[in-house]
Design a protein around this ligand. Structure first.
Ligand SMILES: NC(=O)c1ccc[n+]([C@@H]2O[C@H](COP(=O)([O-])OP(=O)(O)OC[C@H]3O[C@@H](n4cnc5c(N)ncnc54)[C@H](OP(=O)(O)O)[C@@H]3O)[C@@H](O)[C@H]2O)c1
Length: 232
């Protein structure tokens, strides 16, 4: 049975990644910061014996070491770097109102967190059949896409994620490990809000199709959930 590890698996897109891969019969390592409060995830895991729940804050080395210790030598088919933060709201995060502490935290989670996880689990991934790390990025990390003066923190943290993942592509492709950079669309989650046009179910279904069709030549390309290439 193939296996998958998902960060931020307690809600939003992360919970949906868990739901869909569990439904396919995969062994799912569902991680989240606060398992004791992850009611939806716990409910899902009661329905699927193939889900295990693990505490993981991707900014905490001790948690990352913990999950590595649990996996030991086990191969990991897919790592989904899904967890992310968006501290700003439209109209905020403009000159004169920039929250630099929140900006640093955005980098710590959105950029460094995904790199920390990929670095820590690269040998497990290299040992598997599928050998794939997914980075859930955003079209807001596209520098060409910047046409408004806001969201400095989120945009730059996702642009940096993209740049870091491009670097990892060069290093990891030697061991056959690929990296899928994917923008999930504007999705109805706590981050995306209620106005978003896309359901988490549809977004993850589309991203799964990219995962299924992934080959190493796609490694480090910047995809939208429906397969359209996004300019850097
Ligand atoms: N929704 C959209 O429209 C949209 C668009 C483009 C990109 N994205 C990207 O898609 C991904 C998922 O977003 P979403 O819409 O599902 O957001 P969400 O509903 O706000 O969920 C964010 C998830 O990240 C987790 N998280 C935050 N900080 C963490 C940390 N330090 N360690 C581990 N987990 C942490 C949260 O856990 P807690 O519950 O503990 O806070 C939560 O599970 C993000 O990377 C986001 O940037 C979303």
């Amino acid at each position: 049975m193939p296996n998958i590890l998902i960060t931020g698996g307690n809600r939003g897109l992360g919970l949906e990644w868990v739901r869909q891969y569990a439904g396919l019969g995969w062994r799912v390592y569902a991680t989240c910061r606060f398992p004791e409060h992850a009611d939806d995830l716990k409910h899902l895991s009661r329905q699927h014996g193939n889900i295990s729940i693990h505490q993981l804050d991707i900014t905490q080395d001790i948690h990352i070491r913990g999950i590595c210790g649990e996996l030991k030598e086990t191969g990991l088919d897919i790592l989904v770097n899904n967890a992310g933060v968006y501290f700003e709201r439209w109209g905020k995060d403009k000159l004169g109102a920039i929250d630099y502490a929140a900006w640093l935290e955005s980098f710590n989670v959105n950029t460094l967190g995904a790199v920390r996880m990929t670095e820590a689990l690269r040998k497990n991934i290299a040992r598997s059949e599928k050998r794939l790390a997914v980075a859930v990025t955003s079209h807001m990390g596209s520098i060409e896409d910047i046409t408004t003066s806001n969201d400095y923190a989120y945009r730059s943290s996702k642009a940096a994620l993209n740049a870091a993942m491009k670097g990892l592509v060069c290093e990891l492709s030697r061991s056959g490990v690929g990296i899928l950079l994917v923008h999930p669309g504007w999705v109805r989650t706590r981050m995306g809000g209620n106005e978003a046009p896309l359901s988490a179910e549809k977004s993850v279904r589309n991203m799964r199709m990219l995962v299924d069709n992934f080959t190493l030549k796609d490694s480090g390309r910047f995809f939208r959930h429906d397969g359209v290439i996004i300019p850097w």
